[in-house]
Design a protein around this ligand. Structure first.
Ligand code: F6P
Ligand code: MN
Length: 321
């Protein structure tokens, strides 16, 4: 099984981008090692602060954010970073070639129940200037040069795209190295599996109500087949299932928080996952347009998300047309 750097070189990925992806991967291997120690390490529980979005930060949100920030700053390859856990972007090396955005620990409510969490990242070419601010990060997902996530599950896996399909790598724990095990991840076009937080059902807009109601009718309804439902409560876990065996995952707008466009963050979650899903033959939309075509106006912006098996995403969008 080829090593990560070896495979990226085979794909003729830019040498500095290859090095940068290696820095992220190594840091995630360190986060994985920390997570393995679990409750014995004293790193579980609340940090005692809120992030800019008003969510309680867990100690591990802060620790993994700091680990990534430090590794990226030290690399010399990164002009600036933006993180779900930072109020504003952070400038790094003035002549760094890249901007990196990340959700350091996605699904962190799963930490205390020893369930799936992950790190999601998105990489852009940096603009040609020395002083950068939040506005320099406001570029659509279709400009990403790489995106991926590391899933801290029973085995530690990375999904990665540099625009040449989507690949899965597995962390070889004894060596601390990521090895390629699927060089062409393909999401089946059709599916019988959906993922949505159904407890919000009464708050959804009418099109999503109608779509899910028809899925639930199964083979006696208009879809003529029975659907299964899954919800990991960590986007990395749900998207990993979709990449592995197909499915549709959605976190729609709902009127519980009518002023929020959705729950998931465009720059740290929807864009990198959208890139990975499209590169694996799936689709990723808001309720109206392709996620990767959304022109961001704020680094912490939220969007509705509908992604996964291409034909099923089309069906869901049909209810919204
Ligand atoms: O980062 C936000 C997030 O934790 C996602 O990882 C996940 O898909 C979603 O929120 C879970 O939402 P809920 O708490 O409504 O199940
Ligand atoms: Mn998250």
């Amino acid at each position: 099984m080829p090593r990560l750097a070896h495979h990226l070189t085979q794909q003729k990925v830019d040498i500095e981008l290859t090095t940068l992806i290696g820095v992220v991967a190594d840091c995630c291997a360190d986060i994985a090692a920390l997570l393995r120690h679990g409750p014995m390490s004293g790193i579980l529980g609340l940090a005692g602060a809120e992030n800019i979005q008003g969510e309680d930060q867990k100690k591990l949100d802060v620790i993994s954010n700091d680990m990534l920030k430090e590794a990226l700053e030290k690399s010399g390859l990164v002009k600036g970073i933006a993180s779900e856990e930072e109020d504003n972007c952070v400038g790094c090396s003035p002549d760094g070639k890249f901007l990196v955005l990340f959700d350091p620990l996605d699904g962190s409510s799963n930490i205390d129940i020893n369930s799936l969490v992950g790190t999601i990242f998105s990489i852009y070419a940096a603009p040609d200037k020395t002083d950068i601010g939040d506005d320099d990060f406001l570029r659509p997902g279709n400009e990403q040069v790489a995106a991926g996530y590391v899933l801290y599950g029973p085995s530690v896996m990375m999904a990665l795209t540099t625009g040449q399909g989507t690949q899965f790598y597995m962390l070889e724990q004894s060596k601390g190295e990521f090895l390629l095990f699927d060089d062409n991840v393909q999401i089946p076009k059709d599916t019988k599996e959906f993922a949505i937080n159904a407890s919000n059902q009464r708050h959804w807009a009418e099109p999503m109500q109608a779509y899910i109601a028809d899925l639930l009718k199964g083979e006696t309804g208009p879809r003529d087949k029975n659907f299964n439902m899954r919800w990991v409560a960590a986007m990395v876990g749900d998207v990993h299932r979709v990449l592995s065996r197909g499915g549709i995952f959605t976190y729609p707008w709902d009127k519980k928080n009518p002023n929020k466009a959705g729950k998931l963050r465009l720059m740290y979650e929807a864009n990198p996952m959208g890139f990975l899903v499209e590169q694996a033959g799936g689709k990723a939309f808001t309720d109206a347009i392709r996620i990767l075509d959304v022109e961001p106006d704020n680094i912490h912006q939220r969007v509705p998300v509908i992604l996964g098996s291409a034909n099923e995403v089309d069906v869901c969008l049909g209810y919204h047309a």
